[in-house]
Design a protein around this ligand. Structure first.
Ligand code: ATP
Ligand code: MG
Length: 601
């Protein structure tokens, strides 16, 4: 490269460099200077630099001179690219923009190429000031928008997350090795997006939507922004259809409806993931798309989860989005939004979606580290002030859409991990306040063998009751009340050595009910099975069975009724669950109880 100084108006605050293969003539130089003068409202120094590679155009880089020494303090401000390479990049960007909008882009693409004329676009170019830990701070991108995607000279992409007066903060979506201090960055004018489509079902993808299961590329139907506004009130309708988890303790006491957001909360290793997973397994054949978003988990745990889904034939209707602990914080931060975008794609097509965020505690931690690195001021528990907004804008996107909007729904099961059962820590309280209820799991119950370890007193479902079927409501009857009484009495039991008969019986009864609520993992129960068990238990059939045998009795009874009382099952499934059917269940259960004792099954 040869520098040939043709300098006009020396000593100006704006200094520009013109790169081209051939020297411009005087008139051309004057025209350029008057253009720049008008644009920057200041005197301009223009230097021509010979660049033989630019035989088919030219490029102007404009910068500001700061301080008195013009050579060391020149800061790049913008670039006017009229080279072949630049124009091709423009065409590429235009086509990319196109594919972001429509679903059938081929005719649009042909049209665009036919009518395309290059524009002398002003490109805003920034310079990296510092980079590290998945974060880059950039100067010079004065017009960049919040959440805009920027591209570094090495091709690495980033997203603007912090706008200050002189500095723009950015998170990087790829490895940051190729980005260094002084690298240039250009704006794209687009916000972060995510490919979506029907072919994503059955696949494991990363937070950017690329497959990571080694099963080849996925054909996308569309490309949607990962942050989009939640459906408004007019577009919604109340939750009215049950989403069965197949877990007796939940479906009977804390029913969940389509479009609801139910939090699963508890300490480490209390069966949180298992509840979400079993709910996915139970959606088999129910026409529900399930999305499992794993955030900050060990890769081995996620592999285990995928394995369980595959073994139970649930992967066919599921998508796993994984940003494991080893991945950079920015990817862990966008993973739930990516999953949600996929869910929205199906919901807007009128389908029913179940999405699990496992878990939002790790999500908040990833966001906290990003914010601290961006030097945002830390608030409570060192989280940035907008951590609440982070989760509310995610969970608000779950909805039951109105019939006019296609009637699709997205049910969310966010998971939160607590420390020593402390639900009043910052993240748990935030998320409790923006969900429609919580399933609270307790270590103590879990270790005493009560699995799923649902704490009946602290769990609640605020809207799902409306979605419970009539049959289920009738079968559940007084269960909650009986359990509440039992828990109250249980406290006395610790002090009293000899109890009177009625109290002892009450306790035994409560104890048997608790046993009935125990359920093996990955063994969801159908609604009619749950109804039969509830009727039998609430009519004290199980009191005749020693506690440790109740689990065996339950499954035995169901098998027996399948063989000897299939008409009862048919009636319940047809919604004909009345007093007569109830009597029949009690009768047949009694029958089985006698066999159970007599035959010693
Ligand atoms: P972490 O905090 O590590 O994410 P978690 O709360 O998600 O844990 P799980 O991984 O679901 O808990 O469960 C912990 C262990 O308990 C697992 O080994 C799981 O198989 C077992 N488990 C969970 N629920 C049941 C159940 N109903 N019956 C038997 N075992 C269970
Ligand atoms: Mg878990």
């Amino acid at each position: 490269m040869k520098i040939n100084n043709i300098i006009y108006s020396k000593g100006a605050k704006i200094e520009a460099f013109l790169y081209s293969a051939e020297a411009p003539n005087d008139r051309q130089m004057q025209e350029l200077i008057s253009f720049l003068r008008k644009k920057y409202n200041s005197d301009v120094t223009l230097t021509w630099v010979e660049d033989v590679e630019l035989s088919d155009g030219f490029r102007i880089e404009v910068g500001r001179v700061e301080g008195d020494d013009p050579h060391s303090n020149w800061k790049l401000d913008s670039v006017y690219d009229w080279s072949l390479k630049g124009r091709l990049q423009q065409l590429k960007d235009d086509i990319a923009q196109l594919s972001a909008g429509g679903s059938n882009i081929i005719p649009l693409m042909k049209e665009t190429i036919k009518n395309w004329t290059p524009k002398a676009l002003e490109q805003e170019i920034g310079t990296v000031l510092a980079v590290g830990d998945g974060i880059a701070t950039i100067s010079g991108l004065n017009n960049a928008a919040y959440r805009e995607i920027v591209v570094f000279s090495s091709g690495v992409r980033g997203k603007v997350v912090e706008l200050n007066r002189d500095v723009t903060g950015c998170i990087l979506f790829d490895e940051d090795q190729s980005v260094a201090e002084g690298s240039t960055v250009r704006r794209t004018g687009r916000t972060a997006g995510m490919p979506v489509g029907d072919e994503f079902t059955g696949r494991v993808i990363n937070a950017l939507g690329s497959p990571i299961d080694g099963k080849g590329p996925i054909k996308a139907e569309d490309y949607l922004p990962i942050e989009s506004p939640a459906p408004g009130i007019i577009d919604r309708k109340p939750v009215s259809k049950p989403l069965e988890t197949g877990i007796l303790a939940i479906d009977s006491l804390f029913p969940i409806g389509h479009g609801q957001r139910e939090l699963i909360i508890g300490d480490r290793q209390t069966g949180k993931t298992t509840i979400a997973l079993d709910t996915i397994l139970n959606q088999k054949g129910k026409n529900v798309i399930c999305i499992y978003v794993a955030i900050g988990q060990k890769a081995s745990s996620v592999a285990h989860t995928v394995d369980i889904l595959r073994k139970h034939g649930a992967m066919e209707y599921s998508i796993v989005v994984n940003a494991s602990a080893s991945e950079p914080a920015p990817l862990q931060y966008i993973a739930p939004y990516a999953g949600c975008t996929l869910g929205e794609y199906f919901m807007r097509k009128g389908q029913r979606v179940l999405i699990v965020y496992d878990d939002l505690t790790k999500h908040a931690t990833a966001y906290r580290s990003l914010s601290l690195l961006l030097e945002r001021s830390p608030g409570r528990e060192a989280y940035p002030g907008d951590v609440f907004y982070l989760h509310s804008r995610l969970l608000e996107r779950s909805a039951q859409l109105s019939d006019e909007k296609g009637g699709g729904s997205m049910t969310a099961l966010p998971i939160v991990e607590t420390q020593a059962g402390n639900v009043s820590a910052y993240i748990p309280t935030n998320i409790i306040s923006i969900t429609d209820g919580q399933i609270f799991l307790e270590s103590e119950l879990f270790f005493s063998g009560q699995r799923p370890a649902v704490n009946i007193g602290l769990s609640v479902s605020r809207v799902g009751g409306d979605a419970q079927t009539e049959a289920m409501k009738r079968a559940v009857g007084t269960l909650r009340l009986e359990l509440a009484q039992y828990h109250e009495m249980e406290v006395f039991m610790q002090f009293a050595s000899d109890l009177d008969d009625t109290t002892r019986q009450q306790l035994d009864y409560g104890h048997s009910l608790m046993q009935v609520l125990r359920q093996e993992k990955h063994r969801p129960m159908k609604e009619y099975e749950q109804i039969i068990i509830l009727v039998a238990a609430l009519n004290r059939i199980m009191m005749g069975v020693p506690p440790e045998k109740i689990s065996g009795f339950k499954y035995g009874l169901l098998n027996y009724i399948e063989k000897e009382g299939s008409h009862i099952i048919r009636k319940i499934e047809n919604g004909e669950f009345d007093e007569k059917v109830k009597e029949e269940i009690i009768k047949i259960s009694q029958e089985y109880l006698n066999i159970f004792h007599g035959g010693g099954k």
